[in-house]
Design a protein around this ligand. Structure first.
Ligand code: BDP
Length: 654
């Protein structure tokens, strides 16, 4: 498919279709639906470009066959075989066929070489969703996309749904090509204009849903818990009130009149000022279940966020540790949520920091459907001005097992992420941040995949036919970029130390004396938050064994999480053999050196990368380096002055 818009082709440049587009293909599907049409359209376009041919039906001798069969592969799975010169993709549903086609595109020429025994592919997570924190109207403080670093919204412009949805279609196509099957089109903080998308403005959502549907993507909407009052004029939003329940049922019926395959609602309630059931003395299960009941007749789901905490915290009160909040609020409700309610849990207990342990809630609600929420938009990881490839971080989180067993299986039932895409020509502001979006989709399909291999896929698809030097260079600047970012920012899992409000750049004490519950407790003697059961907030005790024990003691706690769980003196010796203070100095110097090296490597790739893309990344590396030095200097001089301990290597600390 070609798009006339002036935006980057990301991981679907036409060259990626050379192998499939130069062959004779056959599509066999008895009752073709919109997804089969999409598969046909993709192949027809590729063939028009590369001289192949695609036919429907039968007969013909083909090199690629895509076929709907009765195989039991689920709606999204597919099987791949190659025998006697024919590569065959079979699927039992249209989505499976589309994912199978994109799989063949990813394999390129390899899909047409030798023989291939039957391989079956099925997604690990049935729900693979992106939340867009997009406002329809530009918000005075947050702008159009809350925590968006890639321009304006893909969906909304000039206060309404875009008239030309061509770019949304291209987005849907990119998402399908990495396996994403659901999108929520507006911000979880629902302001007045956006609230109305649920009722009199649902037609705009329907227009977006129409464009995403052919790529197998279901559309969801963030709604305000107070909707029965603000939209329905009722005196209450009490979820157990009959009139309120009736209002939700009727509003939902109307939504499905317009969008037959509507995915459901996303709700942020009793969180950072959003309304919720607490106002009526009701539980979050009561709240979620009222919306779930309204959605149930139509097969919809409510994603209810577990990001509930007190943001007017007193640092002296150890019982309200923000890290404990989600577990404390929600575990007593296990078993009470409706079957079509999904509790959406941030992967860490705090808020998308560069390093956090995995939320203990994920292992503690066996009778509740859970989804893990990741943040692809780089709010706390460099805001798409810094190169920070998050595949390794997510891979680590998704492989975590609450009971300590290493098993296949999944951490939860679904996977959700906050999108990093916008109307920027490169989609993601930083062109290399496209790799994060791609990796989210691929890891949601297969969380056991090697993240480095996933990055390799993205590199190969995005730069088909490129010299090995380019792939090596991209690996060199991205493979270790999360670790580099971690080195020059907040150390050893302590988190934050960012500028309040916009969260870009260092401010060691930025959140230290405010009520948000985000502290490092540094004083002249030491640093870190005591979250042990013995002497601290008790957070470590929210884990099952072995983790409760591993985290409880500084002897066994992994270095990278030490300050998340423990308050220790600066002279505390890490497993690495370094003291905490020396670790802070060393990592901050190293992080800057690594950023310098990445900038140098990137500069050396100028002859291999399209000039506009190269220039955009080069400009971002300049800013990354400026910012990394600022982090290094602020953090190192802060701790030099607090601790009075000099750098043992005698480097100048500014
Ligand atoms: C925080 C963001 C804020 C979001 C909130 C959320 O700073 O903009 O509204 O998460 O997840 O990380 O609701």
């Amino acid at each position: 498919m070609t798009y006339s818009g002036d935006f980057d082709a990301a991981w679907l440049p036409s060259g990626a279709f050379r192998a499939v587009g130069s062959r004779r293909s056959l599509i066999r599907a008895a009752d073709a639906g919109p997804l089969v049409e999409t598969v046909y359209g993709e192949l027809a376009d590729a063939c028009a470009r590369f001289g192949g041919r695609v036919v429907r039906g039968g007969g013909e001798d083909a090199e690629l066959v895509l076929e709907l069969t009765d195989d039991d592969l689920g709606d999204e799975g597919f099987a791949l075989t190659r025998r006697d010169g024919t590569t065959t993709v079979t699927a039992s549903g249209g989505r499976g066929l589309l994912y199978g086609l994109f799989h063949v595109v990813r394999l390129g020429e390899d899909a047409f070489a030798g023989e291939r025994a039957r391989e079956e592919h099925r997604p690990a997570y049935a729900s693979r969703m992106l939340d867009h924190w997009d406002n329809v109207a530009v918000h005075p403080v947050m702008g159009q996309v809350e925590r968006g670093y890639a321009g304006g919204s893909l969906f909304w412009a000039d206060g309404r749904a875009r008239g030309d949805l061509g770019r949304v279609r291209a987005y849907g196509r990119l998402l399908a090509a990495c396996g994403i099957n659901a999108v929520a089109v507006n911000n979880v903080n629902v302001h007045a204009t956006e609230a109305r998308l649920l009722t009199d403005r649902i037609g705009e959502v329907a227009a977006i849903a129409d464009v995403l549907r052919p790529y197998g993507i279901r559309t969801h909407l963030s709604v305000t818990f107070a909707a029965p009052m603000v939209l329905g004029g009722l005196p209450t939003a009490d979820p157990l009130d009959e009139a309120v329940r009736g209002w939700w049922a009727e509003a939902t019926r109307r939504v499905y009149e317009q969008i037959g395959d509507f995915g459901g609602y996303v709700v942020k309630a009793d969180s950072e000022g959003q309304p919720g059931p607490f106002a009526y003395g009701r539980s979050h299960a009561d709240g979620a279940n009222t919306l779930a009941a309204a959605l149930e007749p139509y097969g919809g789901t409510v994603h209810w966020r577990a990001f509930v905490y007190d943001h007017h915290q007193d640092w002296r009160d150890r019982s309200t540790d923000r890290a404990r909040a989600a577990y404390d609020h929600f575990t007593p409700l296990d078993g009470e949520f409706a079957a079509n309610a999904v509790l959406q849990v941030k992967h860490g207990p705090m808020d998308f920091q560069v390093r956090e342990p995995v939320s203990p809630l994920l292992g503690a609600m066996p009778d509740t459907r859970l989804a893990v929420e990741l943040q692809v938009t780089q709010e706390y990881t460099g805001q798409q001005r810094h190169a920070c490839w998050l595949g390794p971080m997510w891979s680590e989180a998704l492989r975590f097992r609450p009971d300590g067993e290493v098993s296949a299986g999944r951490l939860a039932d679904g996977l959700v992420a906050v999108s990093n895409a916008g109307d920027d020509p490169f989609w993601t502001g930083h062109p290399l941040a496209q790799a994060n979006l791609y990796a989210f989709g691929r890891l949601a399909w297969d969380p056991a995949a090697d993240p480095r291999a996933v990055l390799g896929e993205w590199i190969a698809l995005t730069h088909p036919g490129a010299e090995e030097r380019l792939a090596d260079g991209l690996h060199a600047v991205l493979d270790g970029s999360w670790s580099t970012y971690e080195k020059y920012t907040a150390p050893l899992g302590v988190g934050f130390m960012v500028q309040p409000g916009h969260h870009y750049g260092p401010s060691v004490d930025g959140y230290e004396y405010s009520p948000w519950g985000t502290y490092h407790f540094a004083d002249r003697d030491g640093i870190g938050v005591d979250r042990t059961t013995a002497t601290g907030t008790g957070y470590a005790g929210q884990y099952a064994k072995p983790w409760a024990e591993v985290y409880e003691s500084p002897e066994t706690c992994p270095d990278e999480l030490l300050l998340f769980f423990h308050h220790v003196p600066y002279g505390h010796v890490l497993h690495s053999g370094k003291t905490v203070i020396q670790h802070i100095y060393d990592t901050h110097f190293e992080g800057v050196e690594e950023a310098e090296e990445a900038r140098r490597v990137w500069a050396g790739l100028a002859d291999l990368v399209e000039p506009a893309r190269h220039a955009r990344v080069a400009e971002r590396f300049e800013e990354q380096l400026r910012s990394a030095r600022e982090w290094r200097d602020q953090v190192n001089s802060y701790f030099l002055r607090k601790s009075g301990v000099p750098d043992e290597r005698g480097r100048t600390i500014h």
